[in-house]
Design a protein around this ligand. Structure first.
Ligand code: NCD
Length: 357
């Protein structure tokens, strides 16, 4: 069940040099977009969005249109045969036979990897549940490259929903690969990052610490990555309400921050950044959303031109273990192999990266 196509499921499937190449291409397209208007002429991109999206979906679509290609897809699975009970495998198999590249967002962790196992074209992970969001991370990296002129030796504060925030997980994974970065993880105890992220940070040798107060640390930061408390990922409304107003970035707080702080946010914002902060030059989140389109142009081009195929599954499928995470794609798509990773003696499901009990 291996694939013949170059997919983009997790940034860490590729070496840092590859990311840097895509970022340089994104910067080049940003400067000279007119040079690329025919680069994907005749190509079709499909977007399968099983979850709501504004920026990710539309920036992918406008990216392909600006490259001269065309788009198909759905943003409401209930208007497709998914509403009749079609599984992910069949939808992916068929839509990938109509297109040259397939972009998928889905509420289950590991869904993009699962789709890639059967797709007949490259698959891009546009967010798989609370797990990863690697194209948002490329967006964040291009923003830092353009606005901070470096991806290393930064003190990065990540604030808000660090448990369910897939953008946070992907960004920590990526920035820990550049030297000298320090992480300050600002959240309530209930919404702290999953253990696999702190383990990964420790293993990378990066300095990191967990904090609960944004006010106490804002003056130390080069980058502040704010996130939304994600109502839709909580088990109950009470749990969401208990968390929702904990962090709010205000103009007063910004007075204690460095003059060259970069405030990023993957958006959508709810109320964690006051609207008055938008007028501050350090508020870069709208620019960041625009960089997202350019980096996605670079990614589409890179994948369509790539000849290098990397293995999708790295773990062992000869296993008695079964993933017990109800938010994992293996919980609903029962034809999938059970593949287990065994870093440092732990057993993790390869699709959702959660420990197997
Ligand atoms: C994020 C996402 O969907 O993970 N948004 C995005 O893609 N730009 C963050 C969020 O929904 O809060």
């Amino acid at each position: 069940m291996e694939s013949r196509y170059p997919h983009f499921i997790d940034l860490n499937d590729y070496p840092v040099q590859w990311w840097n190449k895509v970022i340089r291409l994104g910067a080049e397209i940003y400067k000279h977009p007119q040079r690329y208007v025919q680069a994907c002429a005749g190509k079709i991109m499909a977007t399968l969005f099983y979850e709501p999206s504004t920026r990710t979906q539309m920036s992918f679509q406008s990216a392909m249109i600006r490259l001269g290609g065309s788009i198909i897809g759905f943003d409401n699975p209930m208007s497709s045969s998914v509403s009749k009970g079609e599984n992910l495998k069949d939808t992916t198999k068929v839509v990938s036979s109509y297109s040259d590249i397939l972009i998928i967002r889905h509420p289950k962790a590991g869904s993009a990897k699962a789709a890639a196992l059967t797709a007949d074209c490259p698959v891009v992970n546009a967010g798989d549940g609370g797990h990863l969001h690697p194209t948002q991370t490329l967006t964040d990296l291009l923003t830092l490259h353009m606005e901070k002129k470096r991806l290393d030796n930064l003190t990065i504060g990540l604030c808000g929903d660090l448990l369910y925030g897939r953008t946070v997980h992907s960004l920590c994974k990526a920035l820990s690969c550049y030297p000298g970065n320090r992480f300050i993880l600002i959240s309530t105890p209930e919404l702290r990052v999953p253990d696999y992220i702190t383990k990964m940070l420790a293993a990378s040798g990066c300095e990191y610490r967990e904090e609960s107060s944004l006010d106490a640390v804002i003056g130390e930061l080069d980058v502040l990555y704010m996130t939304r408390i994600q109502r839709e990922r909580f088990a109950s409304e009470e749990e969401y309400l208990a968390q929702k107003d904990t962090y709010r970035l205000t103009p007063e707080k910004m007075q204690h921050a460095k003059e060259d702080l970069a405030v990023l946010h993957p958006l959508p914002r709810v109320d964690e950044i006051e609207v008055a902060v938008d007028d501050d030059e350090r508020a870069l989140y709208f620019k960041q959303a625009q960089y997202g389109m350019y980096i996605r142009m670079a990614l589409i081009l890179t994948l369509l031109e790539s000849k290098t195929v990397r293995p999708l599954l790295h773990g062992s499928t000869e296993t008695e273990h079964r993933c017990s995470n109800p938010k994992c794609i293996t919980a609903t798509e029962d034809y999938l192999p059970h593949s287990m990773l065994e870093p440092d003696g732990n057993t993790l499901c390869e699709f959702c990266e959660e420990p197997v009990l």
